[in-house]
Design a protein around this ligand. Structure first.
Ligand code: AMP
Ligand code: MG
Length: 431
């Protein structure tokens, strides 16, 4: 199984207790890498496949290795607008005259013969006619009535794209487990492939629990808040090719919670909830999970996002995110998303990590791995720089919106000073 190469390699810190697990940073806490490994090891990726049209394949995962049924390109063609000649006729010293005898258009090849010292007007992508093998750019010739003048210095077979130069018939094109993005859609189309076998999309159900949570349009009474996590989770799932079921807010009621978990487990591959997984929760989420599933309640050595529940309810993968809105996002991106990607069969999921120079301090105590909300930009030399967004508490969702990246500060690190180079994880990748 692949380890996600997030550049987070916490060094064990010295503990005075000595006897506890030396790979743990703080007694009883799991490192991010330990939690990821445990998660990924427990997941068996889906294998059922469906056939979809290329236009419907974006975001899907290729279900079987695909080889090319044809050569791409499948004929020798011109890389330039110009004139096709035979390399045998190219002048060695003095400029030479070639008689223009026809035109090869893209899609309308020249079919006649090309004799010695003759040439063909040729467009980009047009077939290089039999009897020619070299294209002279139109900017490099002079025209004289029905003739063109070519000077010396041209190379045989220049400006020509050979058949099979991109892919040869039988070449491997896409491997099983590959995510289909724009390039893959175009690539499959370039082979004339109209449908592709992909792994079936995952079904994801999610809900919030808590008597303090109110839905939009409702009036807040004293001690109540709007349920925001469900919207954040829905937003984060939009990036994936998954079938989403929003199960709303489930009140703190033993029977309703149990019923919600059972419904979610029956209809989905993945259940995501937020809140109710920390120690001291007085609600019924934890006891229901303990009754229904095989769930681990983890305390993670990351900040934000200490508590996390992970396991199975019936056959469905369960991800119980913490309740605090920033912790929801941090734990989803660092653990939930890799787990969903792995279950979906994506074998190449890899978050983008870059190095940036801090322009302001990032305050931190050694101990946990921090995912501080930060803004990266470029300095006058075009180099990446990064600064924090201010308040870093795990309930400050506005900071997540101000930020465009996580600043990843290793567990053993204390405060990062201006000038220090740190890892950043942009929220938006290219794809
Ligand atoms: P918990 O983990 O359930 O103790 O929740 C931790 C914090 O997150 C509390 O302040 C909750 O009110 C808050 N919280 C829990 N669920 C949500 C939610 N769906 N939307 C917004 N805040 C929430
Ligand atoms: Mg709660």
């Amino acid at each position: 199984m692949k380890e996600i190469p997030v550049n987070i390699t916490p060094k064990p810190i010295q503990t005075t207790s000595g006897g506890c697990d030396s790979t743990n940073l703080l007694a009883g806490l799991l490192t991010l890498q330990q939690a990821r490994t445990k998660m990924l090891e427990s997941i068996t990726p889906v294998t059922d496949s469906i056939k979809v049209g290329i236009m419907d394949s974006y975001g899907s995962i290729v279900a079987e290795d695909i080889t090319s049924p044809i050569n791409v390109p499948n004929y020798k063609n011109s890389a330039m607008d110009g004139y096709a000649v035979s390399a045998h006729d190219l002048p060695e010293a003095e400029p030479k005259k070639f008689k223009l005898v026809g035109t090869s258009w893209a899609g309308k090849p020249y079919v006649g013969e090309v004799k010695e010292n003759q040439c063909i007007r040729i467009m980009t992508g047009a077939k290089v006619p039999d009897g020619t093998d070299t294209v002279i750019m139109q900017e490099h010739i002079t025209k004289e009535d029905d003739n063109i003048i070519i000077s010396s210095g041209h190379k045989a077979e220049q400006n020509v794209r050979c058949a099979g130069e991109d892919l040869k018939q039988g070449d491997s094109v896409l491997k099983k487990g590959k995510l289909i993005n724009a390039a893959e859609m175009g690539l499959l189309a370039s082979l004339g492939v109209a449908t592709v076998k992909v792994l079936r999309p995952l079904k994801v159900s999610f809900f919030s629990t808590g008597d303090e949570l109110k839905g939009l349009g409702e009036t807040l009474e004293d001690g109540q808040i709007y349920d925001s996590n469900r919207y954040t989770i829905f937003g984060m799932l939009q990036k994936l090719n998954v079938e989403i079921t929003d199960m709303g807010v489930i009140p703190d009621d033993r029977e309703k919670i149990e019923a919600a978990f059972l419904t979610a487990a029956d209809q989905s591959d993945v259940i995501i909830t937020s809140g109710g997984v920390s120690v001291g929760d007085a609600d019924y989420v934890k006891e229901t999970l303990e009754k229904l599933g095989q769930i681990n309640f983890w305390k993670l050595a990351i900040k934000p996002g200490k508590p996390l529940a992970f396991g199975k309810v019936k056959q469905a993968m369960f991800i119980g995110l913490p309740g605090n809105p920033v912790s929801v996002m941090a734990t989803y991106y660092q653990l939930g998303l890799p787990a969903i990607q792995h279950l979906s069969g994506n074998q190449n999921y890899m978050p983008v990590i870059a190095k940036a120079r801090a322009t302001e301090p990032f305050y931190k105590r050694p101990g946990r791995l921090d995912f501080q909300r930060a803004i990266f930009s470029y300095d006058e030399k075009g180099e990446l720089i990064v600064k924090g967004v201010g308040m870093q508490a795990s309930h400050i969702l506005s900071g997540m919106s101000l930020a465009n990246c996580f600043a990843i500060i290793p567990s053993e690190s204390g405060t990062v000073n201006p000038g220090d180079v740190i890892d950043i994880q942009p929220f938006e990748g290219l794809i």
